[in-house]
Design a protein around this ligand. Structure first.
Ligand SMILES: Nc1ncnc2c1ncn2[C@@H]1O[C@H](COP(=O)(O)OP(=O)(O)O)[C@@H](O)[C@H]1O
Ligand SMILES: [Mg+2]
Length: 362
């Protein structure tokens, strides 16, 4: 799968951009604050409808403009035209010229995996960051997962709203509890099935890029231990004081263990960073395995943070992307781009919200 064309209008510091990208390795070079990361952000946005910087739509509109447009031509098993427009008053999303009605139908048009400094939150952040990671992986590989998740979260919110009322409507609560248990059990099953398939990939990726011999293990720790309905009923007393639903997959945790110990609690900064990258590498391999073609890799600055040995752990992933006519976009400054990675690559110079093709090679 590759992105053959990218079109931006009033997106971040790009007033207008129209650029063709071949399959292969693209190096985006430029000084700070020129718009390198903004390109990756736009591509990721098309794939996931989110910014990996964790911001909302308004911040991505070019200062002074009313709305942004991001469009792309994706060449994969099928060819797809993506068009999205976002303003405070209007949001439009079209795939192949047709307005998108269901999000689940849209996700899948473009697969990407991003490597960025925010990834550290996967290790250091709250369980929510890890649930999101798991959910994105499932949404991209398991049909029906996203609508299921949306319905479950809707039920949690509705149930929480009931619990916040002065006099709780017990009958209504009962019916939401039943809904919660039914949907939640399917979510738990999907997550329980995924983790043992994903964990070995992460373990391998970690081995490849870590300088230490520690062993990585990923463990799914569901909030529900045995029986959702029973445990939910048992939590009623606590729910009364917290006024929120305390049991269920919205409270699940994904434990990252190094030699059996929590990476978040005991890992060094360097280990945490390596671990975050390993999770992303495993995500890329998992998606490639499921879809038969590698996702578009978006690598933002992280290479510069790694020493040469750790960087070389990336090579198999980049090599397999290349073999499968996939695509990699990597941002760097002129000083720190990892020259050992690039034989045959496309070089772009990014300056003040514009892209200029520059000579291939070093
Ligand atoms: N909404 C926006 N409108 C206009 N410019 C923006 C907007 N958001 C960010 N920028 C500009 O984009 C530039 C940063 O782009 P970025 O892609 O993060 O740079 P880098 O090349 O360092 O990765 C800065 O000059 C910033 O002022
Ligand atoms: Mg940047």
């Amino acid at each position: 799968m590759h992105l053959a064309h990218l079109r931006l209008r009033d997106f971040r510091n790009y007033a207008r951009l129209d650029v063709d990208f071949a399959p292969g390795f693209h190096l985006l070079l430029g000084d700070n604050a020129q718009g390198k990361t903004n390109i990756l952000e736009a591509i990721y946005l098309m794939a996931t409808l989110r910014s990996f910087r964790g911001v909302g739509g308004a911040q991505m509109i070019r200062h002074g403009a009313k709305g942004y447009f991001v469009g792309g031509h994706v060449v994969g098993p099928a060819e797809q035209e993506i068009k999205m427009y976002w303003s405070a008053r209007e949001r439009k999303l079209a795939l192949g010229g047709q307005p998108v009605k269901k999000l689940a139908d849209y996700l899948g048009a473009l697969h990407t995996v991003v490597f960025c400094t925010e990834d550290l939150q996967l290790v250091k952040g709250t369980a929510r960051a890890r649930r999101r990671f798991l959910d994105l992986l499932l949404a991209q590989t398991r049909p029906g997962y996203l609508p299921l998740l949306q319905r479950y979260m809707h039920a949690v919110r509705a149930r929480n709203a009931l619990l916040k009322q002065r006099a709780v409507d017990e009958a209504a609560l009962e019916s939401f509890s039943a809904e919660l248990v039914k949907l939640g059990s399917d979510l738990i099953r999907a997550r329980r099935e995924l983790v043992p398939k994903f964990s070995p990939l992460a373990r391998l990726a970690y081995r490849r890029i870590a300088n230490d011999a520690e062993d990585l293990r990923i463990e799914y720790q569901p909030s529900v231990k045995h029986d959702f309905a029973v445990e939910l009923a048992q939590s009623r007393a606590r729910e009364r004081s917290f006024r929120a639903t305390l049991v269920g997959p919205h409270r699940d945790e994904l434990q990252l263990l190094q030699d059996g110990k929590s990476a978040a609690q005991f890992g060094s900064e360097g280990q945490k960073r390596t671990l975050a990258i390993a999770l992303k590498m495993a995500q890329a391999e998992f998606l490639a395995g499921r879809h038969g073609s590698p996702p578009v890799l978006l690598i933002d600055d992280v290479m510069g943070e790694l020493d040469v040995k750790r960087r070389s752990g990336f090579l198999p992933l980049l090599e397999s992307a290349r073999r499968a006519s996939g695509q990699v976009f990597m941002t760097c400054t002129e000083e720190n781009w990892p020259r050992e990675l690039g034989g045959d690559l496309h070089r772009w110079e990014v300056r003040a919200g514009a892209l200029h093709r520059s000579e291939a090679g070093g």
